[in-house]
Design a binder for this molecule. Structure first.
Ligand code: CTP
Ligand SMILES: C[C@](O)(CO)[C@H](O)COP(=O)(O)O
Length: 375
């Protein structure tokens, strides 16, 4: 069985307002659509993802997601889903609103499992508030027993969804695909929904979704070594230290900033310092390593994340690190826009053992802890 996901994003977002349709406005550091798209792409059971976008949204889509598979949508959500459906080949189809950003793998798992013995499946939530008619003033209560909220993604056997779209009257609108499948006689399962999946519809919903954005804490380590040589400057932790030898190697060979840069890159699985600044590239010869650290922190910020804490252990026999610790903390805190309480610098000798003990080089181990939006 293969599974496709259709991510509908061809609406104008009129109720939400803003300079661009809501699906391209930023939420938790990324375009709104990027959250749901990442969740669908990352799910192991989903084989293909197609985005449905308005003709005048193609540039916004490219800016938001880079090169992705897309088709042009229609005048209504129903038509947009139909265009997506024409572009996929899989046996099962999930249809999801780009306006519902926080989609977990657990919801997708529940929907797909329900397709084993149903034609479709929808995530549902109970209604917690009293419902009443709006008559200008308070009208009668609407009984809420047996009533529920229906979310997306909605999952279907592709054949059933195609048949439902083909049978639907052209001049009638549909609230969602599940109702279309149901009207054709399809059995649609109810699976547990998720409050995190609530749709961003009105301007205030952005603030609420922002508050809901789940962050996860990640830690990663970095390690680096550079050789001590005569005739070189000694840059360590972004500070020039007077010493009879200096470090040689990539850029200014600041082994502490290199280890820390690798730790930061590790938190977002973005490779290492050599991936971003190849040692073979002459432009980095003698370069200030501070820019590498700032670049890594920038990549974390671009994902909507933040650096929480960094900890370095510098291993050398000489120079003594203690007298320079405060300057290093201050420099690194400044580069990362952190308070100094969030920068820890420790040092150790290796008891005259190994290359550090013989004064041939300096090693640094770094650990970075960051918060990034869960996706
Ligand atoms: N012609 C349409 C209309 C809606 N959608 C998508 O359907 C989802 C749910 O629709 P809704 O929240 O109503 O979005 P909009 O139609 O954009 O909002 P509004 O009604 O405020 O303009 C959204 O991801 C929207 O982009 C679509 O693909 N094609
Ligand atoms: C498809 C849907 O999200 C299910 O709850 C909902 O019906 C979309 O409604 P809208 O009025 O187009 O926002």
């Amino acid at each position: 069985m293969t599974t496709a996901a259709i991510l509908v994003a061809a609406g104008s977002g009129t109720r939400a307002g803003g300079d661009v349709p809501k699906q391209f406005q930023r939420l938790a550091g990324r375009p709104l659509i990027a959250h749901a798209h990442a969740a669908l792409v990352a799910h192991p059971a989903i084989d293909e993802v197609v985005v449905v976008v308005a003709a005048d949204g193609i540039d916004h889509l490219a800016e938001a997601l880079g090169p992705v598979r897309y088709v042009i949508g229609g005048a209504s959500r129903r038509e947009s889903v139909g265009h997506g459906l024409a572009a996929v080949r899989a046996d099962r189809v999930l249809v999801h609103d780009a306006a519902r950003p926080f989609l977990t793998a657990a919801v997708i798992d529940r929907l797909i499992a329900a397709l084993d013995d149903h034609d479709g499946a929808v995530p549902v939530l109970p209604i917690a508030d009293t419902l009443a008619r709006d008559e200008g003033v308070l009208g009668e209560v609407v009984p809420r027993g047996g009533v529920m909220r229906i979310q997306t993604p909605q999952a279907f056997s592709a054949a059933c969804l195609r048949a439902a779209h083909a049978a639907w009257p052209v001049d009638e609108e549909a609230t969602d695909d599940a109702q279309m499948v149901r009207r054709l006689g399809g059995r649609v399962a109810l699976v547990q929904g998720d409050a995190m999946l609530d749709k961003v519809t009105h301007p205030d919903d952005f603030a609420q979704a922002e508050a809901r954005a789940a962050f996860e804490t990640r830690s990663a380590s970095g390690f680096d070594v550079h050789r001590l040589e005569e005739g070189e400057e000694l840059w360590l932790g972004g500070v020039l230290i007077p010493h009879d030898k200096g470090l040689s190697g990539h850029s200014d060979a600041d082994v502490a900033l290199h280890a820390l840069t690798d730790a930061l890159l590790g938190t977002i699985a973005a490779g290492d310092i050599g991936t971003h600044f190849p040692p073979s590239d002459p432009q980095w010869r003698g370069a200030d390593s501070a820019q590498f650290l700032v670049h890594a922190a920038g990549l974390i910020a671009a994902r909507g994340g933040r650096v929480d804490f960094v900890d370095l252990t510098i291993m050398c026999e000489a120079p003594k690190i203690g007298p320079h610790r405060a300057a290093m903390r201050s420099r690194i805190a400044g580069l990362l826009n952190l308070s100094e309480e969030r920068v820890s610098i420790k040092a150790t000798t290796t008891e005259r053992l190994g290359f550090t003990g013989r004064g041939e080089g300096i090693a640094t181990q770094a650990i970075a802890t960051v918060s990034v939006p869960r996706c």
